[in-house]
Design a protein around this ligand. Sequence first.
Ligand SMILES: Cc1cc2nc3c(=O)[nH]c(=O)nc-3n(C[C@H](O)[C@H](O)[C@H](O)COP(=O)(O)O)c2cc1C
Length: 171
Amino acid sequence: MPRILVVHHSKTGNTRRIAEEIAEGCDAEIEEIVPRDPHLGAWGDLIDGLQAIAGMRPALAPAVRRPADHDLVVIGTPVWCRSVCGPVRSYLQAHAGQFPAIALFCTSRWPGGASVLRDMAALCGRTPVATLALREHEIVWRQYGARLDEFLRLIGERRVEPLLAAHEVPA
Ligand SMILES: Cc1cc2nc3c(=O)[nH]c(=O)nc-3n(C[C@H](O)[C@H](O)[C@H](O)COP(=O)(O)O)c2cc1C
């Protein structure tokens, strides 16, 4: 059975909510990316924003699961100052070269998710099999069902490829 891992960071729950729905929709394991020293409150948001602008990579708590043990890794980030959030940037760097197939998603308040997804793909060094950029209001009002279904369909197509290939190998 192909193994899928959904990794994400979330401060206020939007990205976590989508990560949980993706994991449920494709029968995946899930892992939250946790900074070693989380920045809390308004002051913490300011530090996180400045670090995101500077492309800094905060230290992370140890990961439990290894991307290399999976067939596909779904990676989700909130947009911070038009960038990948610091903890996800750290995770991508820590696991560079270890990613199998990837799918990417992000959540943001304003438009601009597409460029963050492109940056994430570049940091992974891979072309994603599926991408999904959701806005906060879509999440709050649950207006993402059809797009999430399409994202899961693309992941599902990628997931069955190795099985089909095994069956189709000529005797
Ligand atoms: C430090 C910080 C910077 C942010 N910068 C942006 C931004 O540049 N563009 C945007 O659309 N949303 C921005 N947001 C809003 C978040 O991307 C949005 O609320 C997201 O859904 C939060 O995800 P979460 O609930 O998983 O933490 C920012 C939020 C924080 C905390």
